[in-house]
Design a protein around this ligand. Sequence first.
Ligand SMILES: N[C@@H](CCC(=O)N[C@@H](CS)C(=O)NCC(=O)O)C(=O)O
Length: 209
Amino acid sequence: MYELYGDPGSGSATVELLLCELGVKYGTRDISLHDGSQRSDQYARLNPQRKIPALVTGDGNVVTESAAILLWLLERHPGSGLLPEPGSPDRAEALRWLLFMATELYPIIEMIDYPERFAPDRCDPEALRNRALEHWHRRWRIVEDNIRGRWLMGESFSICDIYMAVVSRWAGQAAWVAENLPETERVARAVGARTRCRAAWKRHFQPEF
Ligand SMILES: N[C@@H](CCC(=O)N[C@@H](CS)C(=O)NCC(=O)O)C(=O)O
């Protein structure tokens, strides 16, 4: 049994969707980003970086960093087919995209959500946010231009599709994605419509339903 610390619509959605795909039992613990619960000293004992998601395993270990959690879960529950074979060219491509999204896209969110953390004295945080958004758009176009088929990497559904679908909903840019990145939008919707993902997807991204 896993305990997933997160908040609706956040990076914990990547982990929750994977747990659903794997058919693994889990519970959730709410860490509200709205009231800044992730900054509490109590939560920092789980993740000293004071960010979500964090996954507590049945034996009490803690895993943080979304990509690490996903890769570790796939190792713990082998046979899902959600990552290509180790050492294969497809594996290299999957790792490339997973890491691209985790290291080139995800960190930009902090600048968009909390520009004051980065803006030097006398620099307008709003200007910094706008610059970060430009990077967000530019990097998403790289993903869009490389979608190879029904899914990001062709005909095989993978962990990259889950990660991509979640991150594509962020930065208040879901409408921009729908309008400008038709392939990304198509894949994100397809992830949300998967039988095993549907309920969790709605909880995270369509809470009005
Ligand atoms: N590198 C981390 C990034 C985690 C992250 O930035 N999480 C966001 C929510 S999606 C967060 O906790 N933000 C709150 C904050 O920065 O104070 C990961 O991949 O797990």
